[in-house]
Design a protein around this ligand. Sequence first.
Ligand SMILES: [Zn+2]
Length: 271
Amino acid sequence: MQNNSNKNVLLSLSALLLLIACATSPTGRSQLEFFPSSQIAQMGKAAYQQIKQETPVSKDPQINRYIRCVANAITPLVPPLENGEQWEVTVFKADQANAFALPGGHIGIYTGLLSVAENADQLAAVIGHEIGHVIAEHANARMSTQYATQAGLQLIQALAGVPGSATGQQLMALMGVGAQVGIILPFSRAQESEADILGLRYMAQAGFDPRQSIQLWRNMLAADGGRKPPEFLSTHPSEKARISELEQHLPQALDIYQQALSEGRRPKCKP
Ligand SMILES: [Zn+2]
């Protein structure tokens, strides 16, 4: 009987986890979100500080002005961050054509990106994509999925009565944030697609030409394979697949772009 009631506890616990953790992303996908946004934002901030300590920050005023000009045109128009957090941009002096945005609104742009993103519209495509990851809470979803896999394994072992496996109480403890869960995980292909679609919308509503996103990915495709950046490398759809997906969403983005232009939004960001 004791064993049975343990099973019941575990089963209702897992059902509860799924109930509270399932959220809908901005494009209507459902995803797991176990962790409070504030906690995720804190982890994002800590990771950002660490990257800042390890990577030289560019002091070049012209490059900083240019990149901030693009980012600052986009960020006021996207859904606000939780707890009144403000977007923050750091330009890193590194040859990689890379960029990232961490939970809590921390954006990092590597100067090497400017050799692939050849104008402000293409830079906006990258920044829009990165912001899309943050708005859609992809880090939370990614960590939750990884966490659920670990907790799920323990649950199965407990249910199967494997000696030495987790008890209900241990599972409760597991629901706290495990130190083993990292904030920086590669994104899934579905998340990359979603960030692309959101990015297209974000750049267009700020008055950047969404057609340039396609040219950006062509440039990425043409870029030397050995120097492919980590974030863009992750589990990205092939550039060809992503270009055709972007083309699919382009008509809608062009409408948004036209609207932005008619409202006088046309950022003049000069490299
Ligand atoms: Zn991405």
